[in-house]
Write a protein that binds this ligand. Structure first.
Ligand SMILES: *Cc1c(COP(=O)(O)O)cnc(C)c1O
Length: 392
């Protein structure tokens, strides 16, 4: 007997494929790959090394491998972990530094910083640094989370340009709040405000997250900032017919043609059946007897639970693949187990393979069943989940 426990299978050739797909949408733009939160649960160092690997392998979809231009993380610890693991390429801190003392660490480790408020500006201007820092100046264009106000832009830009602590070529950035909604005019307003504020500045600009990359070609500029899309998940609202294949607006507005983007999930979360049992009509399963069978049936117990990052709020009926067959989750999600209704004619056995999401089953669909978003499910994968690399 050798049963598989909760395992996340990471497919690095899917990652390279997704990067190539992203680049095909905006061939002249550079890619700032977003690897915060342990590369959305996929393993920070592993994903970083794969994104920069020049190995020209051809994957099953015929794309030769391409590389990212820089990596973005949210915390200095994430950036330092990347440097320790041998990543020498550019790394950007998306929220900048949290502590003036960190500025020297940034300089020594060649980390680039976002500047989004007065406190950071003052700390940077007054620091004594061994070398100047590369700065990404963040402007709030309507999301009202991070960024300087549009009317502060000239003053910030001038002071940064004049400072000996700042390298030439500041990148101007902002972030979209509603890009996943193609009908929301807020994105158009953000793009036009970004245009207006940065007008006449001869600098690189960046605005697009995954949803901007897919749905708003006018937001592409010189740097794309994909997160979710790199990991093979659509940032647009989930539709069962279009889980991995979806329409994107073309960069060439004159042609007005949509492009089909086909991304492949990088993570497939698997486990196995550790028990299979008969249930009579009227019998219940799991904590709180939250689900009761209407008829005689066979229940499968799967070795995965919220202790692995499977969402506790996944509702009855959430799809689970057992040997590739779609069956419904029933009863409450426990810490280490879930239960599925295999039906009264089930042939499945203890040890059979179960897929929770990934290939054949989009994490976006599971997120919808758990009233959350795929981002949260991916970053919630816990330490006890085994990681294996899929054969290329
Ligand atoms: C997280 C993040 C991104 C990536 O967002 P996705 O929706 O995952 O593509 C891009 N830019 C900033 C500033 C972010 O914080």
């Amino acid at each position: 007997m050798a049963l598989t426990t909760a395992t996340a299978i990471i497919n690095l050739s899917a990652l390279k494929h997704n990067l190539a797909q992203i680049k095909s949408l905006a061939p002249t733009a550079k890619v700032l790959a977003v690897l915060k939160a342990n590369a959305y649960g996929h393993g920070l160092e592993r994903i970083a090394h794969a994104l920069f690997s020049e190995q020209a392998k051809i994957n099953e979809h015929g794309h030769s491998s391409t590389t990212a231009d820089a990596i973005a993380v949210a915390r200095i610890d994430e950036a330092l972990a990347l440097r320790s693991s041998g990543i020498t390429q550019p790394i950007v801190l998306l929220e900048g530094f949290f502590n003036a003392k960190d500025l020297a660490i940034l300089a020594v480790n060649n980390l680039q910083t976002v500047i989004h408020n007065h406190q950071q500006l003052d700390a940077l201007l007054t620091a004594t640094l061994p070398s100047p820092l590369k700065v990404w100046l963040k402007i709030d264009t309507g999301m009202h989370r991070l960024g300087i106000n549009p009317e502060e832009f000239s003053s910030f830009y001038q002071q940064l340009t004049d400072s000996v602590n700042v390298q030439k070529n500041i990148v101007l950035m902002s972030h979209l709040g509603c890009a996943d909604d193609k009908s929301n005019q807020a994105t158009r307003q953000q793009i036009s405000l970004f245009e207006k504020v940065t007008l006449g500045c001869n600098e690189e600009r960046t605005l697009a997250n995954s949803a901007g990359i897919c749905a708003w070609p006018a937001s592409h500029y010189q740097w794309l900032r994909p997160g979710l899309l790199l990991y093979g998940v659509s940032p647009l609202p989930f539709e069962s017919s279009t889980a991995n294949l979806f329409t994107c607006a073309s960069e060439n507005a004159l042609q007005n043609t949509d492009v089909m983007l086909n991304v492949q999930p990088v993570m497939t979360l698997k486990s196995s059946l550790i028990a299979v049992r008969q249930l009579a009509a009227g019998e219940s399963v799991g904590y709180g007897n939250a689900w009761t069978s209407k008829q005689k049936t066979i229940i499968g117990v799967v070795a995965i639970g919220y202790g692995d990052g499977y969402p506790r709020h996944a509702k009855n009926g959430t799809p689970v693949l057992v040997n590739g067959r779609r069956v419904p989750l029933v009863g409450r999600v426990s810490m280490d187990m879930i239960t599925v209704d295999l039906g009264m004619n089930a042939q499945e056995q203890v040890g059979d393979v179960v897929t929770l999401w990934g290939e054949q089953l989009s994490v976006a669909e599971i997120a919808q069943c758990a009233t959350t978003i795929p981002y949260e499910l991916l970053c919630n994968i816990t330490r006890r989940v085994q990681i294996t690399l899929s054969a290329l």
